[in-house]
Design a protein around this ligand. Structure first.
Ligand SMILES: Nc1nc2c(ncn2[C@@H]2O[C@H](COP(=O)(O)OP(=O)(O)OP(=O)(O)O)[C@@H](O)[C@H]2O)c(=O)[nH]1
Ligand SMILES: [Mg+2]
Length: 251
């Protein structure tokens, strides 16, 4: 760890009252033992189940809450979170993770290793389900198929050589994030993760994949729906056609 390494974790929440405490308590424990004294920003879209109040009641000085007025999708929540932390010069790296228990604090050391050893300032570390050592637990077969085929399609169409383009357990260096134009990013659902991977690829990021174990949520409810899957399909196809047209015109 260099003296300039300061990490902030972003966690978007919508109706995660049943899971957020458990995750933050795991992060408390991880932070206690870790050399990294990271901060945490929870970005909540006015969850009716009072997720934000639960976070506030924990009264942890290193945890901030970004309260947003209404549900506006994962992408918009993350963009607001990124804009907030990029305005704070103390941070060098940003970790993103889900609140529903699917991303395990236990996998953080595996992600932090490549961040630490990266010799580029444009660092991306992706927690990957679909590589040797990676796995999913209790995830229905149709979700596995959707995730794997979505990534394969996006990998081919967008020319990104990564094996899990829809997962959100990642580390970005701030130098990499500063290359992105968030005003030009509009994805709403998990398509946002594809959009971020595409932006990282365009910016020439030094990307490393590490295997993670992804656990299907056992509490609360998924925000996944048909529109979210369709959004990812349309986004990938549109940008894939643009890319292939560019490649063709260069020939
Ligand atoms: N602030 C905010 N957070 C959201 C929104 N939609 C989803 N999230 C959060 O984003 C993370 C991922 O959402 P999930 O419901 O787990 O969606 P998913 O991981 O695509 O779907 P599953 O795999 O079925 O769980 C969770 O922490 C959610 O609470 C939203 O509109 N606003
Ligand atoms: Mg989830």
């Amino acid at each position: 760890m260099t003296t300039s390494t300061k990490i902030v974790i972003l966690i978007p929440t919508y109706n995660e009252a049943e899971t957020i405490c458990e995750l933050i308590n795991k992060l408390v424990e991880f932070r206690r033992l870790s050399q990294y004294k990271f901060d945490l920003v929870v970005i909540d879209d006015n969850s009716p189940d009072k997720t934000a109040d639960i976070v506030e009641a924990m009264r942890l000085p290193w945890v901030q809450l970004l309260r947003r007025p209404q549900k506006d999708g994962l992408g918009a929540a993350y963009r607001a979170g990124f804009l907030k932390v990029l305005g704070d010069p103390q941070y060098s790296h940003v970790i993103t993770m889900d609140a529903d228990g699917s991303h395990r604090a236990e996998d953080l050391p595996a992600l932090l290793g490549p961040m630490e050893s990266s010799n580029s300032n444009k660092t991306l570390v992706i927690g990957t389900r679909w590589m040797p050592g990676g796995s999913v637990v209790n995830w229905p077969k149709y979700r596995q198929l959707l995730s794997k085929s979505g990534t394969r399609y996006a990998k081919f169409a967008l020319g990104i050589n990564l094996n899990d383009l829809t997962g959100g357990f990642r580390i970005y260096s701030v130098d990499l994030l500063n290359c992105f134009d968030f005003n030009q990013m509009h994805a709403t659902g998990y398509c946002f993760q594809i959009e971020m991977a595409m932006a990282a690829n365009t910016a020439g990021a030094n990307a490393t994949e590490v295997p993670i174990t992804f656990i299907e949520r056992s509490k609360g409810s998924s925000k996944m729906n048909g529109w979210i899957a369709l959004e990812a399909l349309i986004f990938t196809s549109r940008n894939g056609i643009k890319r292939l047209t560019r490649v063709h015109n260069r020939r």
